[in-house]
Design a protein around this ligand. Structure first.
Ligand SMILES: Nc1ncnc2c1ncn2[C@@H]1O[C@H](COP(=O)(O)OP(=O)(O)OP(=O)(O)O)[C@@H](O)[C@H]1O
Length: 241
């Protein structure tokens, strides 16, 4: 299917600190690609580069064949940040309407996308409430709905299920799998949750700004001679402080 995302020789420093060190990634279209690694490894900095919100000091990032950053690609990339960027004084529905208005969507399509994304994250009944009255999990769910609003080809989700209960987490993962299988979407996700990592087609282990290893979950377990991704994570030195 070809590459959706190509990262070549990307490095980034903040002051004297090296945050990303010679990163290379080739993310095939129609895959769920997981970035796993301990806190502070550089995952968020890396995904921000894929979205075009950060620039590399050296190296290049291409998304759908275009060099990033590139405003043309906003329509094609849905991004869910680690902290929610929502308008607290507006209702959930007004937030969805606002974000939908930023994209090229016809009137009916806009309405349909709002209904579909709200239902996907189980917020249909709560749409009229102000976001300031939402719980943390509800805000995460609304952020996920916003990431999907313009029907992007690539979804980039930074720890999407933090604060979401197991039942809804499962239904979100089932939907991500459906989006991949039926609509050929590419999903890039950062996670600390190993059962989520196990649902990815391909994983990159990130630590101290480097990619330690890449492979399917099964390949990584074989590589480290262990029976679980938890053990891969620990053996690769990813134990949380
Ligand atoms: N704007 C910034 N200025 C200076 N340092 C930064 C900046 N943004 C991130 N960092 C540093 O870069 C490093 C990597 O951070 P990043 O958020 O990319 O890690 P992460 O792997 O996403 O971690 P987590 O899982 O906790 O979100 C950290 O040491 C962080 O303190």
């Amino acid at each position: 299917m070809g590459s959706s995302v190509k990262v070549i020789g990307v490095s980034k420093n903040y002051g004297k600190k090296t945050i990303l060190n010679e990163i290379n990634l080739d993310i095939q279209s129609g895959q769920i690609y997981g970035l796993i690694g301990p806190s502070g490894a550089g995952k968020t900095t890396l995904v921000k580069m894929l979205v075009g919100m950060e620039t590399a000091d050296t190296g290049t990032v291409h998304v759908l064949g275009e060099k990033m950053p590139n405003l043309k690609l906003l329509q094609e990339i849905g991004y869910m940040a680690q902290s929610d960027a929502l308008y607290a004084e507006l209702s959930g529905e007004e937030n969805l309407e606002f974000f939908a208005s930023l994209f090229k969507l016809g009137k009916k399509e806009r309405k349909d996308r709002i209904a579909y994304t709200a239902q996907l994250v189980n917020l249909t009944e709560e749409l009229k409430k102000r976001v300031s009255a939402y719980s943390g999990g509800m805000k995460r769910r609304l952020s996920l709905a916003i990431a999907l609003i313009q029907n992007p080809r690539i979804l980039i989700l930074d720890e999407p299920t933090v604060g979401i209960d197991p039942e809804l987490r499962l239904s979100i993962w089932n939907e991500l799998l459906r989006l991949k299988n039926e609509e050929g979407k590419t999903v890039i996700v950062t996670t600390h949750v190993m059962d989520e990592a196990g649902r990815c087609d391909f994983l990159a282990m990130v630590r101290e700004g480097r990619i330690l290893t890449t492979g399917s979950p099964t390949e990584l377990m074989e590589q480290y001679g262990v029976g679980s991704l938890e053990d891969v994570f620990l053996n690769a030195g990813g134990k949380r402080q």
